[in-house]
Ligand binder design. Structure first.
Ligand code: GAR
Length: 201
């Protein structure tokens, strides 16, 4: 069976990455993680990935300063070198330029800790609490040029309970993310495989 060569991009602890790595060990899973890429050299997720023998690469964004496209050209070169066919953003905390998005559009997905279209951007849990919402959740979506705006692939919901803090809510949502992201990654991978879109160069 064909499996899509998949890069997971992280910036930190990488627990969603771990959930996908685990799912990818099951028979018939359509995505094969071949590369873990971080913009932070000290991301804990890089260590986790290296321990299980995966290519774990850091491209530090800091030396590029404000030049986001040059940073992304360096990222892109690593993705091409590893013959990546799908990009999974899993807690990758950099906003991407239109140039990078255009290279990978239709092959790149993201997980966001809110019920999109509610609360794109940061501080999603506090914003849900401040709004008096009764539920929160997470969304997996195709990445397009607008931040957190692409078509939603799948969502999961949790209740907001009396007395919840943003941290309580983040922990409850994260548990759902770990179920949702492996499932949504498989859905997206099957869709990409069926479309046979040309690969970026
Ligand atoms: C997750 O909650 C993810 O939804 C969020 O960062 C966390 C990463 O955790 N992503 C964003 O906020 C993207 N805008 P992890 O490193 O343990 O997977």
């Amino acid at each position: 069976m064909t499996r899509l060569r998949t890069a997971i991009l992280i910036s930190g602890r990488g627990t969603n990455m771990e959930a996908i790595l685990q799912a990818a060990q099951t028979d018939g899973y359509p995505a094969e993680p071949v590369l873990i890429l971080s913009n932070r050299p000290n991301a804990k997720g890089l260590e986790t990935a290296a321990k299980v023998g995966l290519a774990a690469v850091a491209v530090d964004h800091k030396p590029f300063g404000q030049d986001r496209e040059s940073f992304e050209r360096a990222l892109h070169a690593v993705l091409i070198e590893h013959e990546v066919e799908m990009v999974v953003l899993a807690g990758f905390m950099r906003i991407l330029t239109p140039w990078f998005v255009q290279q990978w559009e239709g092959r790149m997905i993201n997980i966001h800790p809110s019920l999109l279209p509610k609360y794109p951007g940061l501080n999603t849990h506090q914003r849900a609490l401040d709004a008096g919402d009764e539920e929160a959740g997470c969304s997996v979506h195709w990445v397009t040029e607008g931040v957190d705006e692409g078509a939603v692939i799948a969502q999961a919901r949790v209740p907001i309970l009396d007395g919840d803090t943003a941290d309580d809510l983040a922990a409850r949502v994260l548990g759902e993310e770990h179920q949702l992201y492996p499932r949504a990654t498989a859905l997206a991978a099957r869709e990409i495989l069926s479309k046979k879109k040309p690969l970026p160069v």
